[in-house]
Every structure is written in C-alpha cells, then in structure tokens.
Design a protein around this ligand. Sequence first.
Ligand code: PEP
Ligand code: MN
Length: 338
Amino acid sequence: MIVAMLEDATEEQIDAVIEVMDEAGVNVHRTTGAMQTILAAVGPTAGLDLSKFEVLPGVQRVHRISSPYKLAGRAWRPEGTVVEFPNGATIGGKQVAMIAGPCAIENREQIFTTAAAVKAAGGGFLRGGAFKPRSSPYSFQGLGIPGLELMREAAHTNGLATVSEVMEISQIEAMLPYVDCFQVGARNMQNFNLLRELGQVRRPVLLKRGIAATIEELLLSSEYILSGGNYDVILCERGIRTYETSTRNTMDISAIPVVKKLSHLPIVGDPSHGTGRRDMVPAMARAAVAAGADALLIEIHPNADKAVSDAAQTLYLDDFAKLTAELRLIAGAVGRTL
Ligand code: PEP
Ligand code: MN
C-alpha cells in the first residue's frame, strides 16, 4: 500500500499517518521528494481497509500496489532515484554516468593507466574486480584487498568513485574502506542472504540481472536490499542466456525501458558482458544510451588482448575514448548529458 500525502501536508499529519500504519502492523518506509511525501507500507497489507487511511488529514490518495515489489516500484518514488557519490558523481539524473575499468585489477600500472583514461574520457567511476566469480576454479580469482587498495589510490588520484564486486557477506566489512559502490554479480542476484546484508549498509549497490532472471525477479532481488533501508540500489542489464550463440549473452535492451516504467531505480547497461565481443560493445553501448540507460559499465584495459579475464570483450583505452565521444552525441539527442 502506498499513501501519497498532499503537497502541503504538515509533519504532524505525516507522523499521525505513520502511527496509524504502525498500529496496523506494517513497516513504513518514508520518502520525501521535492513535491510530496510518500509512505509505503510493507508487510501484511492484504487485509487493510484503505478508506481508514484515506480519511486521515493530509492524505491525498491511497493505492494498493498489486506488484510483488513495493519499494522498487515506480509508485514509491515517481520522480526517480538519483544515487549520489562522494566525488560528486550521480547515477539516475540527467547525466549518463560512465563506469569503466578492467574486469580484474591486475597490477598498479594497469589500474593507474586505466583510471587516467576514465578520467580523460569524462567518466566518473572506476570499476575493477578484486574478488572474481570465475566459471573455472583454476582461472585467476582476483587480487583481493591488495587489489582494492590499488584501485582506491588510482581512483582518488583521478577524482573517481570506485565500484567492485562483493561475492559474500564476509567481504562486505573488509571492502567498505575501498568501494563507493558494491557490485552484486549476475551469479549472486539471488543470493538472498548477501542481499539482505547489503540492505544493512549505507553504501550504494549495483545489482546485476541474473543470467536467466526475469525483470520481475531482478526487481524482487532489489527489494531485499531496499527493505533493509538501503535505498541506493542501481540495476544492471548485462545480458541473459538464450538459445543464441553468436554473442556471449543476449543483451536485452528492452529491459531498459521496461525497468524505467516499472521502477524508480536507475538502470545501467553493460554491453561488455552483454555481448562478450570487443567489436560489438560500441553498438550495444550506443543502443543502451539511446534506450534510456542511466549509466554504462564498460570493461577497458591498456593492453586489452592480454587482460587476465574477459579479454575478448575488453576495449582498448583509445577505443573507449572514441566511444565515449560518440555516446555524448547520442546522450544529447535523447535529452541527456554525458
Ligand atoms: C563482471 O562484472 O566482471 C562480472 C563477472 O559480471 P557478471 O556478474 O555480469 O557476469
Ligand atoms: Mn568481466
């Protein structure tokens, strides 16, 4: 259930409505936007009599939300969520954000050279994996915390925010000093214990769509984080597994407008994992921006062919610079900046 307060509702009226909702045994999540306050009730709402809330002073309208996700639903924050980062960058606003970096942090020179290229292209986020979910246990598993130390330093030098994947609950605390945004990878989209724990931290989370997940399942997974009170969730379309074998995954561009319609959460396009092929990354990056993506996640590396993971889909730094310039034109054509 969603209770929309009148634009001129007073704090006393809002508090009084929250009290009645509390008494009804539901959890109340409040959001106050530029125009009005919205109160979302989570819990046993099925048996509630809506008219009981409609008549309270200051209430504009009460809706029953039939979708299974409540906090992720667009109705909870009609104006959309803008996630803010300590370096001043945002995801979800007018500006399309650029998140780029190597699939895996490998060494100091690699991450510093990459960070400088992200900065030079106008990007705001350096992303690098330190804990890597590899299909084979014999593949490189990442540098761990020493890798994150390098990335933090490289990002700091270039005024960038950092993003890195967390694979399990025990890594959260250790990663906090180094990451401005936790990435949850496709394979962990339904690791509900991890999602719940990330609901307890106050740090943005970039949640990737599972390899075979529907958009509804992605939104339900985000609900695990949101219902813990961490409202800074960013979704990511990274391709899904279909019967098509020409590309590593099938990048579902239509997921971008679908998420925009159903949810207030920002959505990122990841054409690197979406295609798995360097020659196809630019086309799908352009498509994602045209479709309304709030950010792009792109794997780049100074020596892309030699990257220890995901080399085939990794862009060289000069190709990344060229792509960013093209994306800037497309962003402008659809009323955004980059
Ligand atoms: C990655 O971002 O490098 C990664 C492993 O992605 P995904 O979880 O989408 O496969
Ligand atoms: Mn990768």
